[in-house]
Design a protein around this ligand. Structure first.
Ligand code: CS2
Ligand code: MN
Length: 356
């Protein structure tokens, strides 16, 4: 594996490349052109400039998270072919610049959903949290309003104000879309983009839906082992792979995370590893990465990655806000750096243990 950190770009991130460069064992970033809207073409010049900035800081781009998919592609809307053409153009430009990993998601309307962005834990840190009761009691617009005040001034992925202003329209687009239809639209998208991925050796890594069930009545499909198998079989090509995100699949306690990892050998292109603490099956908060702080056995997760011969990029995912840091919720420096160091330590011991 290759340890990385997500970086939103110098315009948006409170964390600098210089800081990332000093985390032991981190040699690359996972980044994006965060100011571009889904559907826009990423030009070669923009990609080149981003690469240069990262490389000048002594790091490399290990992959893109995310090239977001336009809602017309997810709903099979009238303009989907135009937006797929744009997506293909972006992939070609990334390929020409030697970038070979693209993380994306196929979640309707929202990216991940949390009901609190700063829940206080016993140690005084604050974390993102989710309660089903809060979602059931709110409509999506109100939920946007309640979290908007807690973002520390950052724009949250998938919750951009421009998009939220159109939320009614977005819901309207999904009124006839069920899970089956969403799968079909994903298949259509993948069949069109995979020839270009084959040409440039680009691994597409779909990110799971977070939480891993339907919210606000919208269909969600990338939620469990059976559905990932269906997605991979539907377009059976090694470039059609997944991002294994423990904190997203792990929202559903029925998902056996190490077992899922083992079932993804050869198709697991990118890993997000973080821990969750459950207060009940429908009330969880994001814990420190350490196993004993939450519900997951991080050693077993890392061991499963080791056993399938995982060589791709991995990153700590959301961190807690600690030591007075003010940053985009989930994306501060300190706790993610602790997470990276811990995951590196687990990996070293697993690797050495296996060689003995
Ligand atoms: C990320 C997602 O912050 C997170 O939870 O893992 O926002 C992820 O970047 C997207 O869903 C991938 O497209
Ligand atoms: Mn993730």
């Amino acid at each position: 594996m290759k340890m990385t950190l997500r970086w939103y770009g110098s315009q948006f991130d409170t964390v600098t490349l210089e800081q990332i460069r000093q985390i032991p064992g981190v040699s690359g970033v996972i980044t994006t052109l965060y100011h571009l809207m889904p559907g826009e073409i990423w030009s070669r010049e923009q990609i080149k400039a981003l690469k240069k900035e990262v490389e000048d800081a002594g790091l490399s781009i290990a992959g893109i998270e995310s090239v977001n998919v336009h809602e017309d592609i997810k709903t099979g809307g009238k303009q989907r072919d135009i937006y797929i053409d744009n997506y293909i153009k972006t992939l070609e430009n990334l390929g020409e610049e030697n970038i070979h990993l693209v993380c994306y998601n196929f979640m309707p309307v929202f990216d991940w959903t949390r009901t609190e962005l700063a829940r206080k834990r016993a140690d005084g840190s604050t974390v993102l949290a989710y309660t089903q009761a809060a979602v059931d009691a709110l409509n999506p617009e109100d939920m946007f309003a309640t979290i908007a005040s807690d973002t520390n001034g950052a724009v949250m992925p998938g919750w951009e104000p421009e998009r939220m202003a159109k939320i009614k329209e977005l819901f309207e687009m999904y009124k006839d879309i069920d899970e089956e239809k969403l799968f079909e639209n994903l298949k259509y998208f993948l069949e069109r983009i995979l020839p270009v991925c084959d040409k440039y050796d680009i691994n597409m890594a779909i990110h799971p839906d977070d939480p891993a069930w339907s919210v606000f009545g919208l269909p969600r499909i990338i939620v469990n082992k059976a559905n990932i198998q269906k997605m991979m079989n539907m377009v059976d090509n090694p470039h059609n792979g997944v991002t294994f995100c423990s904190g997203s699949y792990g929202t559903n306690l029925e998902n056996d995370l190490p077992d899922m990892i083992r079932s993804l050998k050869g198709r697991l292109h990118f890993a997000h590893v973080r821990n969750l603490k459950f207060n009940s099956p429908f009330d969880f908060e994001e814990a420190a990465h350490l196993s004993s702080d939450g519900n997951f056995d991080m050693y077993e997760i890392m061991k499963a990655l080791y056993e399938i011969g995982f060589e791709g990029p991995i990153r700590p995912d959301h961190g807690r806000m600690i030591w007075g840091e003010v940053a985009m919720p989930g994306y501060g420096l300190y706790d993610r750096a602790l997470g990276a160091a811990y995951l590196n330590g687990l990996w070293e011991s697993i690797e050495k243990g296996a060689k003995h």
